[in-house]
Design a protein around this ligand. Structure first.
Ligand code: NAD
Length: 485
């Protein structure tokens, strides 16, 4: 089969033009399924970021800034339609680049289209308010774009994260500079092509691939940027927030997690089981909202463990294009990190309940890890506290609601949580007691709906993306008071 990469991957997109990075430098992009070089991408520099920010500002001062909200919405809707026409092509790019099984890549492409549809439809529906005030005054608020917004995204769900962040920012009339991850960049390049074809005015979206410490750091520190949206690790999030602080601009941080699913003894286990496992192994566990901790009430602990173990033993890992349950991890580095956690589980004599199997045909150079279910550990153990970002779930017993909340809330993170119980009062007590940004009752993820605000507390970050909340985050409020007779 011919390569799905039928475009030049070595260019960046600034002011509506595709060109090489300043100085012509490139970086290799690897295929995680075999570890070999897949393509080369532009190594954007501070000079490229300068040009991208200037292009975004020019777009705001030019045709893009003059579009009405309805016209912006129409362009986003047209982009969404084009994405839907190319779901298979985008899924193949993501499979090659991220190592993601094809059906997950398709789901991500459809989600990208949904974000563009949702924010296309919402663009002209964010209104200011009139405020009852003193006699002789009329006061009102205007929702306005921040201006130039910077978007730094990771490699694990490029399409979804670009959709929720760039989609919402464009809907509110900002002009964007997007810095994709150096590990996975192809669908970001395809997205910029789609924007261009759909008629997005030049400079409204600028794309500067490159290294985090070069292009990413330059974008976060740039004085011409008025808002930053960062999705990635806690360590980098701190650097980005510090850079934003120097320019006193707002920043949205979507960081990591150690999210629990809590299974009470009265839960409908047949309904819960697929969610319990899928939310741990999806995208080989490289998901910020992965349910990496399963908390199971003690009376059903062993029975649940046995059923989870059965499912784990049936899981198959292999090349992304084979579309098995899991693909490889993104990189040799990630493979080393996850292998280190597995070694720790063995060294500390934790209970390895079950593992999935790597397909015999998986190329030796690929970064494969067998999904692993671990029990027999204390909630304070590193495996129950730290984000592994690989297909490793730990199972912890608990005794009653208060204990479940203590364990669930007892990590530095607070992204999402799932609760499985048939007790209607407990649904509410748990939803109120969990310290995180999203709670799912008798499900996990709710199908990922673009309508549902998303984000974390504690070290999982702050600010909200998705839904209408993102539109408030990607805009600023101006109060106008008229004095009249
Ligand atoms: P990372 O922080 O290393 O990289 C993320 C992005 O930041 C990349 O584009 C990278 O180039 C850039 N970057 C790196 N150094 C930078 C710097 N000094 N200045 C500016 N930008 C820089 O994260 P990662 O390892 O690629 O991604 C995994 C992490 O992302 C996990 O912790 C995961 O939980 C988190 N994540 C969170 C969400 C969410 O929505 N909460 C979604 C996906 C991933």
């Amino acid at each position: 089969m011919s390569s799905p990469i039928d475009f030049d991957t070595t260019t960046l997109f600034v002011a509506g033009r595709w060109r090489a990075a300043a100085g012509g430098a490139t970086l290799p992009l690897a295929n995680p399924s075999d570890g070999r070089e897949l393509a080369r991408i532009a190594r954007g520099s501070a000079a490229d970021v300068d040009a991208a920010v200037a292009a975004a500002q020019a777009a705001l001062d030019g045709p893009w800034g003059r579009l009405t909200a309805a016209e912006r919405g129409r362009v986003l809707t047209a982009m969404g339609r084009r994405v839907l026409e190319r779901v298979d092509e985008l899924a193949r790019l993501e499979a090659l680049d991220v190592g993601k099984p094809l059906r997950q890549g398709r789901a991500d492409a459809v989600a990208l289209a949904r974000y563009l549809e949702f924010y296309g439809g919402a663009a002209d529906k964010v209104h200011g308010q009139t405020i009852p005030y003193l006699d002789g005054y009329t006061a009102l608020t205007l929702r306005e774009p921040h201006g130039v917004t910077g978007h730094i995204v990771p490699w694990n769900y490029p399409m979804q994260i670009i959709g929720r962040s760039v989609g919402a920012a464009l809907a509110m009339g900002n002009a964007c500079v997007l810095k994709p991850a150096e590990e996975a960049c192809l669908t970001a390049l395809a997205f910029a092509r789609i924007a261009e074809e759909a008629g997005l005015p030049a400079g409204a979206l600028n794309l500067v691939p490159g290294l985090g410490e070069e292009a990413g750091a330059a974008l976060s520190a740039h004085p011409g940027v008025q808002h930053l949206s960062f999705t990635g690790s806690v360590a980098t999030g701190r650097l980005v927030q510090a850079a934003a602080a120097r320019n006193t601009i707002p920043v949205t941080l979507e960081l990591g997690g150690k999210s629990p699913q809590i299974v009470f003894a009265d839960a409908d286990l047949d309904a819960a089981l697929p969610f319990l496992v899928n939310a741990g192994i999806q995208n080989a566990g490289q998901t910020c909202s992965a349910a990496s901790r399963l908390l199971v009430e003690r009376p059903v602990f062993e029975a649940v463990l046995a059923r989870l173990g059965e499912r784990y033993r049936a899981l198959r890992v292999g090349p992304a294009l084979e579309d098995l349950d899991l693909g490889p991890l993104i990189s040799a580095r990630q493979h080393e990190i996850v292998s280190g956690y597995l070694a720790l589980a063995r060294d500390d004599r934790l209970r390895i309940v079950a593992q999935g199997r790597i397909a015999d045909a998986a190329p030796a150079g690929g970064w494969y890890v067998a999904p692993t279910l671990v029990a027999g550990l204390d909630p304070a153990h590193a495996l129950a506290q730290q984000e592994v970002f690989g297909p490793l779930q730990v199972v912890l017993p608990f005794d009653g609601e208060a204990d479940a909340l203590r364990i669930a809330n007892g990590t530095p993170y607070g992204l999402v949580a799932g609760v499985w119980t048939r007790d209607g009062d407990r649904h509410w007590r748990m939803a109120r007691g969990l310290k995180c940004g999203q709670v799912f009752v008798n499900n996990y993820g709710a199908g990922g709906g673009v309508e549902l605000p998303f984000g974390g507390v504690k070290q999982s970050g702050h600010g909200r993306e998705k839904g209408f909340e993102a539109l408030y985050g990607f805009s600023t409020l101006k109060t106008v008071a008229f004095r009249h007779g």
